[in-house]
Design a binder for this molecule. Sequence first.
Ligand SMILES: [Zn+2]
Length: 688
Amino acid sequence: MPSLVPTKQIIFDIVREFSIITQPHESKYSVEFNHGGYMFMIFFLCTQWTADNIEAKYACPCAHVYAERAESTHAYNVLKYELDVNVPMTERSLQGTNQIVCMSQEDGLSTAVLHSHTLTIDAITVDGQGATYATSGDSLIVDLPQPYSNGDIFTIEITYHGSWSVTPSQIGFVYYPQQYNSAVQHSIAYTISEPWDARRWMPCYDEPYDKADSGWVVSVTVPDSFVVCANGELIDVTDNPNTTKTYTWKELYPIATYLMHFAVSRYAQWSDWWHDGYGDSVEIRHFMWPADSALSHTSFQHLPAALALYDSLYGPYPFDRYGQDVVYPYEWGGMEHQELSTIHRNWLINQSDRGMAHELAHMWWGDMVTCVDFRDIWLNEGFATYSDANYIWHLYGYGNFMNLMMQRRSYYLQADNAQRRPLYDPPPGQIFNYGYTYCKACWLLHMLRAVDVYHTGTDTTYFDAIAAYRDSFAYGVASTDDLSAVFSYVYGYDMTWFFDEWVYDQGHPEYYVFWLCEPYGQDFLAKIKVNQVQTNAPIFHMPVQIELSTTGGDTIVGMAITSDSEYAEFVVTDSVTSIDFDPNDWILKEHQVFYGVEEYADGHHLPCGLSFSSNPARRVTISYFVPVHGTVRIALYDVSGRLQKNLYAGVQTAGQHEIYVTDLSAGIYFCQLTTATTEETEKLIIIN
Ligand SMILES: [Zn+2]
C-alpha cells in the first residue's frame, strides 16, 4: 500500500478523528447487548427528553417506569381497548361495542375527544352512566357525566355499527364476497388502518402517540365456517347457539390503534417455530386459504432466518409470537400489524421473502418503537426498509444488497425530481411516498452506519446506538430528535447536523470532484477538491471517502466536509492514475469527477475555479467552471466598484470555459464571475 499522509491540516470540526478504511465491506451480524452499560445513558435520555419537550406532555419513556410510560399528548391516556364485534360476512358491515379504559391526565376533565369516521354511534356510556356526545369531522366528543381528576380511571363504552358498499378500493374495514372476482376463493373481511383508518371500524383515540398501554382484547363473532385471526394470542373460541363462533384474541403489549387488526376468512393455519438458542422460542403462525397452504410452507420458509438475523442485530424479538395472515384483494403489499403481519396473497404466490422480512423488521421498528406521529413515519419505514436490505445482504450477499440500495437511490432521485421537500412531515397524501419515506429513509440509516465505519473501521457503535434507541423507547414512541439524541450520545459527538440536513432540510449533495497528481520530491502529491453545487438544498457535512488508484495499488482516504468547497492534499508514493469518489457508496448523492488543472486545486478557496493564465498580466486567459447550464456573466470592476468592462454575458453549458482578454488599461481590477448557482470575484492586475 502506498504511504499516505495529508500534507495540510484538515479541520475536523464535524468528526473528531477520521480513519482510513481498509475493510469497507466489513460488517457483523452479532451484537453484544450490554443493557447494564446503558443504565446511565437511559437516565440521561429521560431527563433530556422531558426537558427538551416544551409541551412537557410526554411521560418518561424509561423501560423500568412502566406505569408512567404513557405517550398520550392529550388530556387523557388510553390504557386499554376491549372490542366486541359482529361480522356477518354476507355484506360489508359490522356492529360492535368498544370499551375504552382511560386515565385522566388533568383535573376537572369533562370531555373526552375520540375519533370516528363513517360509523353510526348507537349509544355511549361512561362508567355505566349514559353520556351525550357530539361529532365534528372525525372527532367524537364525549361529555363525561362527571368530571375526572388527574389519575382517575374511567371506561367509555361505545355501541356502534357501520355499513358500506363493496367497492374495488376499500380502506378501514374491507370485505369481499367469495367470487367477487375469480381469484377470491373465499369471502374475506379484514381491517387495514395505517395511518388514520382504525377510526373507520372502531371509535378510538386514533393517534400513534397514545398507545393502549395494557394492550387490547378483540372478540369477533362470525358464521361458524370462518376463522378469525388477530394480534397477540388466541385466548378463547366459543361456539354460539346460532351457528356462529366468537374468537377472542388478546394483545398484551402496548399497541397503537393503526397496528390493531383482525381478519376473517375460511383460513387454514400452520405454525413454524424459531428457537433463539437460549431456550426461548417464538411461534410463527400463518393463516392462508387452504389451497395456498402447501405453497406457503415454501414461501414462508425464510422467516426464521430473518428472525435470527434481526435478533442478532437488534436484540430479542420484542413480542411473544409472530405470524402472517394472507389477504386478497388488497391495495398494499404488506402491513406490520403487531405480532401478525398482513401480506398480499401475491407475496405468497411469488415467494416475496424480502417483503416479509420488511414486515418482520417492523416488529422492532414501528411496533415496539413507534413513530410519535406520522410526521416521523420515516423512522418506521427507514428502519424496516434498511432492515430488509440487510436481510438481502445476509442471505444473498453484499452485491445484491448494494444493487438494492442503488435501486432505492434511483427511486429517491425520481421522487426528489418530482418534488424536492424535507423527509420530515410529508405533505398530505405523501406519507407513503416510496422514494422518500422508504428509500431516502433507508439511506439515512446506511449513512448513520457510515459515520461509524469512517470513525472506527467497524459498525459496532452504530449497532450500539440502535440498541440504546431500542432500550430507551421500547414499547413507547420516538421522534427524529430522540434518535438524534441517542446517536449523539452513543457516538460521543454531536450528530444533530446530520438530522438537520437529511431529515428537516431537503435535497442531497451534488459533488463536483476535481483532482490531479504531480511529483513531490521522491513521492507524489494528490490534490483533491470537493465542491457541492446543489441548489435549493443545504451544504451536506457528511464526511466523504475517496479511493486513489495508483501505479502501486489502491487506497482510500477520508475528507471532512466543512464548507461547499473542500480541499485536501495527500502524499502518495506512487502516481495516482484515477480516483473513485465514495467508492463504497455510503452516501446518497450525485457526483461527477473531473481531472482538473492545477489552478483548481491550488485555488481551493475558489468555489469553482475562476483563474487567470497569469496574474499580473499584460493579456490574460480567464478560465472558469460553470457548474450548471444557465446564464453566465463575467465582468471587470475597478477598485471603487465601477463596472469597467463586460467580458461575457450569455448562456453556457456546464463545464470548463475560457475567455481571452487583451487591450485592458493597466490597473487593478476585480473580475466577477456570476453563474446560475455561484458567484465569485478575483483580483486581477494588468500591467503594460
Ligand atoms: Zn414498512
